[in-house]
Design a protein around this ligand. Structure first.
Ligand code: PMP
Length: 429
């Protein structure tokens, strides 16, 4: 029995499903989750001491790679002065100022402790600002697990939403409309009939929660246009894309202006941080400057702020994003070539350092239905084949992959060699 198997069996006695976040449990790919013991740069080590090249990077935050010495040092030095004060600190303003200077259309920002809190608060703010209750989201986008956002599409694309989880009240679900990502005509039709009832559209500008699916040309532009026409606010959920698709996030990458932007992951450098920010007139509605209540005991936590600040500082190295993007292209193009040579139906998507690959004969994947129609058993075999060879991918076919600044040419070559062997195994059956 491996140490991970032993630990997983113990964990299941005390923690539901043995994990503190469901996708970690390997339910989708099968087998036992790997328990990690340490991480450094591009690598993680499991409880048996086996090393893996990591393309999960804690689901996105570790854009510099794990345990960057300068980030670790900033955390240690800050921790020496106390872990939490529940009172303002200078560091919060420094990080807020930095985010406002880097992220377009962000005049003010409020820190929280997770992406879920950021999106939940952004929705409340949009509802208060517009004095409307209904919100529009897209199937396949994930915005955390607050009640209003844990809603899937009803039976027809334009019906009211239904809860994705027991415990979410149906009356709340009625206020969440779920449309198809990248379906421009459907958005236009919906808004021409119901636009004046909608408080906001919330969207992952590049979806990283149905594998990796970028917007088709015109989709984000259409969202901006219908929001302008209807008075709804446009929320870009950049919890994943922020400091991932580029230094200024998806707004800059696609040249689209959002009214509210949510952030998380990278801005905490691996510590629990989220944030939402945007137009000054909107943000000033937040308590205590305005009436919209939002709070957090650990919000703006000094250690988390220090990790975020140091991370953002290190991202300013020249060509960081250019190199990161080039590495990502090298990996996905390498995989595509190997799959083609092996005769395996396969396609890829990537933007900046986010990437995804799909076992499918479709040439391009642009929506949720296509993602769900991919060959999931084949992905699962690929996942386990790579895992055995020391390459750690996200343990589900509907998750994006992430490159870090610590991945070297050699790491990518080793990954491609492992993939070549696994593709050959898949062909042999
Ligand atoms: N929004 C997006 C786009 C996300 O990817 C996630 C988490 N993966 C969240 C929100 C929720 O963030 P958290 O898990 O920190 O609550």
């Amino acid at each position: 029995m491996s140490r991970s198997e032993e630990l997983f069996s113990q964990a299941q006695h005390y923690i539901p499903g043995g994990v503190n976040s469901p996708v970690r449990a390997f339910r989708s790919v099968g087998g036992t989750p790997i328990f990690f013991e340490k991480a450094q740069g591009a690598y993680v080590w499991d409880a048996d001491g086996k090393r893996y090249v990591d393309y999960v990077q804690s689901w996105g935050p570790m854009v510099l790679g794990h345990a960057h010495p300068e980030v670790i040092n900033a955390v240690i030095e800050t921790a020496k002065f106390g872990l939490s004060f529940g009172a303002p600190t200078e560091r919060e303003t420094t990080l807020a100022e930095k985010l406002c200077s880097l992220i377009p259309n962000m005049d003010m920002v409020r820190f929280v402790s997770s992406g879920t809190e950021a999106t939940m608060s952004a929705i409340r703010l949009a509802r208060a600002f517009t004095k409307r209750d209904k919100i529009v989201k897209f199937e396949g986008c994930y915005h955390g697990h607050s009640d209003s956002l844990l809603i899937k599409a009803g039976s027809g694309a334009l019906t009211l939403g239904v809860p994705s989880s027991p415990g979410v009240p149906a009356v709340l679900a009625e206020h969440t409309i779920t449309l198809d990502y990248n379906n421009i005509q459907q958005v236009r039709n919906y808004f021409s009939n119901h636009g004046n009832e909608i408080a906001c559209i919330i969207v992952e500008p590049v979806v990283g929660n149905m594998n990796c699916v970028p917007p088709i040309p015109g989709f984000l532009e259409c969202l901006r246009e219908v929001c302008d026409q209807s008075g709804a606010l446009l929320i870009f959920d950049e919890v994943m894309t922020g400091f991932r698709v580029g230094h200024k996030g998806a707004q800059a990458h696609y040249n689209i202006k959002a009214d509210i932007i949510t952030l998380g992951k990278v801005i905490g450098g691996g510590m629990p941080v989220g944030a939402f920010g945007g137009r000054r007139d909107v943000m000033q509605m937040i308590a205590p400057s305005g009436p919209v209540y939002q709070a957090g005991t650990l919000s703006g936590n000094p250690v988390a702020m220090a990790a975020g600040l140091k991370t953002l500082e290190l991202l300013e190295q020249s060509d960081f994003y250019k190199n990161l993007s080039a590495r990502t292209t090298q990996l996905v193009e390498g995989l595509q070539k190997l799959a083609d040579e092996a005769g395996i139906p396969f396609t890829t998507n990537h933007v900046g350092s986010m990437f995804g690959f799909f076992f499918t004969s479709e040439k391009k994947i642009t929506n949720f239905k296509q993602v769900m129609a991919c060959d999931i058993p084949l992905f699962n075999k690929f996942f386990h084949g790579l895992l055995k060879r020391g390459v750690y991918l996200a343990p589900a076919s509907y998750e994006a992959g992430f490159m870090s600044g610590a991945h070297t040419d050699e790491d990518i070559q080793n990954t491609l060699q492992a993939a070549k062997e696994v593709f050959a195994e898949l062909i042999a059956g």
